[in-house]
Design a protein around this ligand. Sequence first.
Ligand SMILES: NC(=O)c1ccc[n+]([C@@H]2O[C@H](COP(=O)([O-])OP(=O)(O)OC[C@H]3O[C@@H](n4cnc5c(N)ncnc54)[C@H](OP(=O)(O)O)[C@@H]3O)[C@@H](O)[C@H]2O)c1
Length: 301
Amino acid sequence: MSSPLIVVTGATGQLGQTLSQLWAESPLPQYQLKVLSRSALDIGKAEMTDAVLSELKPSVVVNAAAYTQVDKAESDAAGAALVNAQGAGAIASWVAANQARLIHISTDFVFDGTSKTPYTVNQQTNPLGAYGASKLAGEQQIQALANGCSAIVRTSWLYSEHGNNFVKAMLRLMGERDQLSVVNDQVGSPSSTHGLADLIFAMIPCQNYQGIYHWTDGASISWFEFAQEIQYQALQEGLLSKAIPISPIATSAYPTPARRPAYSVLDRSRVLAEFECPVEDWKAQLRLVIRQLAGKSAATL
Ligand SMILES: NC(=O)c1ccc[n+]([C@@H]2O[C@H](COP(=O)([O-])OP(=O)(O)OC[C@H]3O[C@@H](n4cnc5c(N)ncnc54)[C@H](OP(=O)(O)O)[C@@H]3O)[C@@H](O)[C@H]2O)c1
C-alpha cells in the first residue's frame, strides 16, 4: 500500500514554497507530499478541485492558496471571495465527503483591531475590509462543511525569503532611499513561514486537530519596530551597507484602500498547549530569513 498523500495548494506562494523547501530537508517519513500550483489546481474552480482531489485522493489537504492582495480586494471583493471563501468551501466539501482532513490558513484580518489584549481563538470577529471578510467567509464554509476534520490556522504578518512581503519591501527601500517612514500605530506579530510550516508538519500526524488555532512568532510590535529590527539585522548580516533614519508615522499619514486592524496580536496558547513544534523567538525567525536573503543576490529583494 502506498503512503498517505498530503496535497498542498498554492505552490508558488510564500508558504507553499517554504513547505516544499522544508519537506525536502526533513520529510515526514510516513507521508508523500504533492505541492500544486494554480495551473494544476485552481481552487476558484469547484469542479477542478473535486476532479483533482478525487484523482489524487490525499489524506490531508493543506490550503496555502489564497487571494492575498488586501488592497486590490477592496475593488474586487468577488474575486477575493471566489478563492478565499468558495475555494476553501470546495476543498472542505471534498475533504468531508472523502474521510480526509484539511489544514487551512487564515488571517488576523478577521478581527477589527479594537481588542487591547491578544485575540483568543473564540473572540468575536469583525473584518474591516473585503479581504478579511472573504477569509472569514472561508472559515465559516469550512466550519459548516468539514468542522470535525479540519483546522483553521490564523496567522499574521507572514513573511519569508520568497515572494512579496514587508521584510523584503523594507530591505529594498532601505537600500534605495535616504530615509524611511513606517507606521507605528498598528501592532501585531510577524510570522515567518518557517515557523508556520513547522507547525503544519507537527499537526499533520496528530489527526485529531479541530477548529481554530492562532500562530505567530510571538511578538507584540508595530510595523515601525519591525522595520527597525529588520534594518539592525540586515546591517549585521551584511545585507545592507549603511543605516538610514527610520521615522514612526501614523496610519493616517499612509492611507491605503483597505483599513487594517490597529491591534491584531493573536493568542497562540492553544497551539502551544496541543502541539509539539519548535518555537523560535521572532527575532531568531527574522534572522533565519535575513540570512537566507543574504545568501542570495540582492536582485532577489
Ligand atoms: N501574507 C500575509 O501577510 C498573511 C497574513 C496572514 C495570513 N495569511 C494567509 O496565509 C496564507 C498563505 O499566504 P502567502 O503569504 O503564502 O500567500 P502568497 O504568497 O500571496 O501566495 C498565495 C498563493 O495562492 C495562489 N493562488 C491564488 N489564487 C489561487 C487559486 N484560485 N487557485 C490556486 N492557487 C491560487 C497563488 O498563486 P499565483 O502565484 O498563481 O498567484 C500563490 O501561490 C494565505 O491563506 C493567506 O491568506 C497571509
